[in-house]
Design a protein around this ligand. Structure first.
Ligand code: AMP
Ligand code: ZN
Length: 455
């Protein structure tokens, strides 16, 4: 049974199958911008894409899936960071690429088959821009920048329906364009950016003079080089749908004259405590933050997978705490199973749910239904196939629990007692004392836990 996955253009689930005679499924996933640690929202997107990769391999065979995920190692943010730290751009981006890889490994995300970098593909980007210029889809501005002429591509807006939106909001889009003065039209976008003082020594020679590529062009160039002109699936978080993916389609299709991607998939965002993650709200967590609170990367992976990938997921520390317990249950269950002799089809409902637009809540529901029923036909081989599909490594070491000092533990005991006695004034005062000591008390129905407070 093929995987069915929501397609952002068709706006309905469609079957995923290779389109080319070699039977290889060509899968491109927009990767991270490497100027700081990726946050757990970014990892929601990468974990969902890892699930997709694993399911494709189950469906088509591991040698029939080619997965490319890029590294954005030159843009305004990476350049700004290298200037602030007075370090070469390549040093900064290497540091954060290495950290990204370590986090992906800890979260058990399979490495893509090819992981190209933007700076490693400058000639390929210049090549596409030159073709677009020759075909009349791009023009040079006075400062040496090159822009894509949106009005030259009739199909612009097919993915995001931006033209419909534009009609609704009038000229807002155009007015909002920051550097509209160099462009013929506000909705045109940069393919090549002429060198500015702020870019320091980050510049390459090109037919248009010294400069650097615009952001969108890297994915068109790297996907063309490593997967060919037409790919089977292109994915990313929902924020990439417009303008990034709309612009990728315009560049690629105007360059090659062919369909760029058969299928587009966008997973939804992670919220933290019901709000968008941001530094100013103090709710931006990295994997390292979660680990410092005593949680394992596998518990985070489980918590990220527990929500439907096409619905916003509200992350709470409680959810990762609960995930840690669930992993304990799964470990315990596995230890009770015989090594063989079971029914290979016993977990079919779990796979059916995953193959049905990555319905992870239904899949986990089906899994626990089978576990709770205590079916005699389950063996470790069948169970491990489910864990592998979800990428849950049960032998990964559980996180060492951070131990609260005795005086904090005593305050927590007093507060719990005060709460049970409905002495809320005392409970609030004690919570303040616990916080002042650098700990947070998390209440549950049946008890509480102490976590080191987030700085
Ligand atoms: P970036 O490093 O900003 O290019 O983002 C890497 C990936 O993370 C992209 O696919 C984004 O769409 C995705 N992303 C960014 N913020 C979130 C979030 N809060 N929840 C889920 N995915 C996100
Ligand atoms: Zn991209």
């Amino acid at each position: 049974m093929p995987i069915r996955l929501h397609d952002s253009i068709a706006r309905e689930a469609r079957e995923l199958k290779p389109s080319q005679p070699d039977g290889v499924f060509r899968f491109y996933n927009c990767g991270p911008t490497v100027y700081a640690a990726a946050h757990i929202g970014n990892f929601r997107t990468f974990v969902v894409n890892d699930l997709l990769r694993r399911l494709l391999e189950i469906d088509l065979g591991a040698d029939k899936v080619k997965h490319v995920r890029n590294i954005t190692d030159v843009d305004d943010k990476t350049i700004r960071r290298s200037r602030e730290e007075k370090r070469p751009l390549a040093d900064v981006t290497k540091e954060w690429t290495d950290k990204f890889h370590a986090d992906c490994d800890a979260l058990n995300c399979l490495r893509p088959h090819v992981e190209p970098t933007a700076t490693g593909h400058i000639p390929e980007q210049i090549d596409i821009i030159s073709i677009l210029e020759q075909k009349g889809h791009a023009y040079r501005a006075a400062d040496g920048s090159v822009y894509f002429k949106v009005s030259s591509f009739d199909n612009y807006g097919r993915l995001s329906r931006v033209k419909e939106r534009e009609l609704q909001v009038g000229a807002a889009l155009k007015a909002a364009a920051a550097d509209a003065d160099e462009k013929e039209d506000g909705s045109d976008f940069a393919l090549w950016k002429a060198h500015k003082d702020d870019d320091g020594d980050v510049a390459w020679e090109s037919p248009w003079g010294r400069g650097r590529p615009g952001w969108h062009i890297e994915c068109s160039a790297m996907s063309r080089k490593h997967l060919g002109e037409t790919i089977d699936l292109h994915t990313g978080g929902v924020d990439l749908l417009f303008p990034h993916h709309e612009n990728e389609i315009a560049q690629s299709e105007c360059c090659t004259g062919k369909l760029f991607a058969h299928h587009w998939y966008h997973s939804e965002h992670l919220l933290v405590d019901g709000k968008k993650m941001s530094k100013s709200l103090g709710n931006l967590y990295t994997l390292a933050d979660i680990q410092k609170m005593g949680h394992s990367p596998m518990a985070l992976r489980y918590a990220l997978l527990a929500g439907h990938p096409r619905k916003q997921l509200n992350f709470t520390l409680e959810s990762v705490h609960g995930a840690e317990k669930v992993l304990g249950t799964l470990r315990h269950y596995r230890a009770s199973l015989p090594a063989g002799g079971g029914d290979a089809q016993v977990f079919k409902p779990v796979f059916d749910a995953l193959f049905d637009d990555l319905n992870t809540p239904a899949a986990l529901g089906a899994l626990f239904g089978i576990i709770n029923k205590g079916s005699a036909s389950v063996d470790t081989a069948a169970f491990d196939r489910v864990m592998n599909a979800l990428g849950l490594k049960l032998d990964a070491p559980a996180a060492p629990k951070a131990e609260a000092p005795a005086e904090v533990a005593a305050l927590a005991e007093q507060r719990w007692a005060a709460k049970k006695n409905k002495d809320f004034a005392a409970a609030d005062r004690l919570r303040g004392e616990i916080a002042a000591a650098g700990w947070t008390m998390l209440d549950r129905k049946d008890g509480y836990s102490l976590e080191p407070a987030k700085k």
